[in-house]
Write a protein that binds this ligand. Structure first.
Ligand code: HEC
Ligand code: HEC
Ligand code: HEC
Ligand code: HEC
Ligand code: HEC
Ligand code: HEC
Ligand code: HEC
Ligand code: HEC
Ligand code: HEC
Ligand code: HEC
Length: 310
């Protein structure tokens, strides 16, 4: 009889779900929520995690927040704690958490689903199929959920994160003539949609020129005398991330202009009769080169501005 009781007890113990799972909690999720995590994660080594409670994710009064009523707290992002959050058992290795952290068990896409479960818009509009999603970036490669202020909110910290991976753009932005990105007066996200877009190069606007016009509206036209390449694509002449030539030009005039204009423009100014660059160019090209006369290189509205000279 006593033996039977012991067996029954043992069977009950074995049949019981792992530590921390009460019958009314979801399978695998910890019974005591964040409190249970903090049994082990409240030490000095984890002090940097506690800024979470000053950020937008721990607003108890907001039912949408991971810490709102009915929400799963830490596990809303990290996935079910399961045996990870169980008691220390000598000789047994503690499994890693499913999502987020250096040893996370799940694929990046599955981890990201933890975030997009709440952030539907960021998840479903353009993220799927974007360069970043296909390159298997995690939301956490750019965002810091445990920070008081997310680095993406501030131009300086955002640019630094982007440039950690995009070293070409980092070096271009250090060049003599560049958008004020390195000073944090402008953010990569002024031109790019980090979550993806239907446009080339994940631009925020339909095409390059539309993007430039948002800030350089004076270049939009329409002009009475248009300069065809301007209306077509600003990057025919400008390098948007920075260049060593004044005005962020892709190269200096007259070479810039002569990459398209050969002999049909006036022979003798910067170009020889054979159509080759003149090694002793006319002093008409000193200072502003072709723009000495063609001052309205972006287009002219002057009745006699056909040659973009006024
Ligand atoms: C009984 C102690 C204990 C509890 C409870 C616990 N953890 Fe841990 N956790 C640890 C230890 C120890 C490590 C370090 C493991 C290592 O470095 O291998 C760790 C590491 C982690 C990591 C980093 C994992 C990685 O990829 O290396 C995350 C994320 C984490 N815990 C989240 C949680 C969450 C969320 C909870 C609550 C659901 C929780 N932990 C509950 C002890 C615990
Ligand atoms: C809003 C989502 C979110 C919530 C809520 C959240 N975390 Fe995290 N946590 C993350 C992300 C994302 C990372 C990965 C950070 C990284 O990759 O730099 C992380 C990393 C960690 C790590 C390991 C990395 C490290 O720096 O040590 C631990 C441990 C951890 N979280 C514990 C917790 C605990 C405990 C809670 C609840 C008090 C919690 N997290 C709540 C998103 C969250
Ligand atoms: C349980 C729902 C929930 C989950 C899971 C969640 N978030 Fe949030 N998140 C919120 C809410 C609510 C806000 C506050 C939004 C507001 O105030 O409009 C927020 C705000 C943010 C913000 C804006 C931060 C700011 O300072 O403006 C970012 C970025 C963000 N979350 C990223 C993430 C990432 C990355 C993950 C996954 C690691 C994640 N979230 C997981 C609910 C969630
Ligand atoms: C390549 C970096 C990068 C990645 C990866 C990334 N984000 Fe963002 N996220 C940003 C930037 C930059 C902003 C702020 C500027 C903006 O609105 O575009 C932002 C803003 C947000 C915001 C604040 C609200 C908003 O839309 O302005 C939320 C929420 C958010 N991201 C969620 C996510 C989620 C969820 C994922 C993963 C599916 C993710 N992000 C992946 C860079 C990133
Ligand atoms: C003034 C607008 C602007 C800013 C600010 C800007 N970009 Fe760009 N970016 C563009 C345009 C336009 C293109 C497409 C034309 C091109 O490749 O030259 C582009 C292309 C790119 C490409 C794709 C390059 C390729 O060869 O396919 C990457 C990567 C990129 N940008 C990263 C960044 C990063 C990182 C930042 C912030 C440090 C940044 N950009 C800031 C306008 C901008
Ligand atoms: C963890 C690394 C990482 C971070 C952080 C990162 N990117 Fe990227 N990005 C990539 C990878 C990988 C690609 C895929 C193409 C490639 O190899 O350049 C990419 C592609 C791009 C492209 C080119 C899209 C195209 O159509 O060619 C742009 C633009 C871009 N990223 C902008 C940004 C911006 C803006 C940020 C910061 C908000 C950022 N990235 C942060 C890794 C990163
Ligand atoms: C978000 C606003 C913004 C967008 C979008 C933008 N610019 Fe700019 N641009 C600026 C600012 C700010 C400056 C710096 C003005 C200053 O220093 O007085 C600038 C300066 C320039 C300069 C002059 C640089 C110099 O050294 O004189 C050129 C050329 C330029 N931008 C071209 C472009 C092109 C091409 C695009 C589209 C790919 C573009 N910009 C998109 C804000 C923008
Ligand atoms: C055919 C070559 C060419 C194209 C295409 C071009 N630019 Fe320029 N841009 C120049 C030259 C050359 C300068 C320097 C002007 C000078 O030195 O007088 C300049 C200067 C600028 C400047 C700084 C000085 C100023 O006038 O404000 C801005 C801003 C600018 N361009 C924006 C744009 C935008 C936006 C586009 C696309 C709509 C564009 N450019 C297309 C050749 C071009
Ligand atoms: C990407 C090629 C390209 C570049 C670079 C370029 N142009 Fe042009 N330019 C054109 C085209 C195309 C036309 C229109 C030609 C036509 O209508 O026959 C044009 C027209 C002109 C005209 C007016 C000609 C006329 O018949 O009305 C002038 C002047 C001119 N460009 C000067 C310049 C100068 C100065 C530069 C250097 C700052 C320059 N272009 C750079 C392609 C270019
Ligand atoms: C001294 C002033 C001056 C300089 C410097 C100058 N141009 Fe001109 N250019 C003119 C004038 C004036 C016209 C108009 C001629 C006409 O209407 O018949 C013109 C016409 C043109 C045309 C239109 C030709 C046509 O068939 O209608 C092009 C293209 C052109 N220039 C390109 C250039 C380039 C490229 C440079 C630099 C290498 C340059 N110009 C330097 C004064 C100049």
């Amino acid at each position: 009889m006593a033996g039977d009781l012991l067996l029954l007890l043992a069977a009950l113990l074995l049949a019981m779900p792992a530590f921390g799972q009460a019958e009314d909690s979801l399978p695998g999720y910890s019974q005591y929520g964040a409190e249970q995590c903090l049994w082990c994660h409240a030490g000095a080594a984890d002090a940097h995690l506690m800024d979470l409670f000053q950020g937008p994710h721990a607003v108890r009064g907001d039912p949408r927040s991971p810490f709102g009523a009915e929400q799963l707290q830490c596990e809303a992002c990290h996935g079910p704690g399961g045996d990870h959050a169980g008691p220390i058992v000598a000789g047994r290795e503690r499994p890693a958490m499913p999502a987020f952290g250096p040893n996370a068990l799940w694929s990046n896409d599955r981890q990201n689903e933890m975030c997009t479960a709440c952030h539907l818009e960021q998840g479903h509009r353009f993220w799927d199929g974007s360069e970043h999603q296909r390159a298997e970036l995690s939301c956490a490669d750019c965002h810091e959920s445990h920070a008081r202020r997310d680095p993406m909110n501030l131009a300086t910290s955002q640019n630094a994160v982007c440039m950690d991976c995009h070293i070409t753009q980092r070096s271009q932005s250090q060049r003599a003539y560049a958008h004020p990105v390195r000073h944090g007066e402008m953010a990569c996200s002024d031109c790019h949609a980090a979550h993806g877009s239907i446009n080339d190069a994940m631009l925020t606007d339909l095409n390059i020129n539309q993007n430039c016009y948002t800030c350089h509206a004076d270049k939009r036209g329409p002009h009475l005398w248009e300069h065809a390449p301007v209306a077509e694509d600003c990057t025919h002449c400008h390098q948007p991330h920075g260049s060593n030539h004044p005005g962020m030009l892709t190269r200096r005039a007259p070479l810039l202009c002569q990459s398209c204009h050969g002999r049909e423009s006036h022979v003798g100014i910067g170009i020889t009769g054979d159509g080759l660059p003149d090694n002793n160019p006319s002093n008409l090209l000193l200072l502003d080169s072709c723009m000495n006369c063609h001052t309205q290189v972006h287009g002219s509205n002057h009745p006699s501005g056909r040659a973009l000279a006024r």
